[in-house]
Design a protein around this ligand. Structure first.
Ligand code: HEM
Ligand code: NAG
Length: 236
């Protein structure tokens, strides 16, 4: 009840201000006009446009089309032996990607995909609770979000919905969420590349796009191989 009262008084205050504002505007002009802010704020449209563009900008690359679906379901052992685990250390990450023909530099660039998206608490709580290379306020706030271990937490604490290089700056500040993320900056051979991407977003985005193209070319099924599924979720 108390909170309802205070929010309703906030709304009243807001309405009052809005009313006063509309009244003032009303004196200036009673109609909508595309140049309404022409003198009071002439750059408003270009400011809005560039903010929206920068929010929507994903790196981009040409995707070769024509790949077909697998005729079999993946097996658990296939997945476990091919998909890198978040428990891997930096040597394990390097060799998992090397098994697919990627350099350590490409592995670091591809990991930057964790600049967006979320992870379930169960995938990183061991690191958050017990590792020492972790920022203490990041530790506390992440633990608070994991009261329920089925919750999801953003992989990039700084800017979870922007495809930027904040992921790498987080690593410099010991704010990597997954054990595997922080491994990329933990005194090992990939530290220098993390540092480079942290201050060069252009290089990250260019290398990321190239590595994504390369990943898309990992033995795709074409021609008469595989099948075209009628239900994407299962083999015909
Ligand atoms: C370097 C080795 C990698 C490891 C160990 C790893 C591990 C993980 C884990 C554990 C999650 C959370 C999954 C969940 O809780 O549901 C995750 C999420 C994610 N990963 Fe990775 N990943 C790696 C590389 C990559 C790469 C190469 C990409 C793409 C280029 C990628 C893209 C993503 C995205 C977008 C999410 C968020 C998914 C969502 O929000 O639904 N990851 N990763
Ligand atoms: C990395 O992990 C592998 C496999 O668990 C282990 O054999 C190796 O000793 C680890 N390397 C380091 C530097 O901790």
């Amino acid at each position: 009840m108390a909170s309802f009262k205070s929010s309703s008084s906030t709304i009243t205050t807001f309405k009052f201000h809005l009313g006063a504002f509309l009244l003032l505007v009303g004196v200036a002009s009673a109609q909508l006009a595309s140049n309404f802010y022409g003198t009071s704020c002439p750059s408003v449209l270009s400011v809005i446009k560039s903010a929206v563009n920068s929010a929507l900008r994903g790196p981009s690359w040409q995707v070769p089309l024509g790949r077909r679906d697998s005729a079999t379901a993946g097996s658990v052992s296939d997945v476990n032996s091919n998909i890198p685990s978040p428990a891997l250390n930096v040597s394990g990450l390097i060799s998992a990607f090397s098994n697919k023909g990627f350099t350590a530099k490409e592995m670091v660039a591809l990991s930057g995909s964790h600049t967006i998206g979320q992870a379930r608490c169960t995938t990183f709580l061991t690191r958050i609770n017990s590792e020492t290379n972790i920022d203490s306020s990041f530790k506390t706030s992440t633990q608070a979000q994991c009261q329920n271990t089925n919750n999801f937490v953003p992989l990039d604490v700084t800017s979870p919905t922007s495809f930027d290089s904040a992921y790498y700056r987080n690593l410099l500040n010991q704010k990597g969420l997954l054990h595997s993320d922080q491994q990329l900056f933990s005194g090992g051979s990939t530290d220098a590349q993390v540092r480079a991407y942290s201050s060069n977003q252009g290089a990250f985005r260019a290398d990321f796009a190239n590595a994504m193209k390369k990943m898309g070319n990992l033995s795709p099924l074409t021609g008469t191989n595989g099948q075209i599924r009628t239900n994407c979720r299962k083999a015909n």
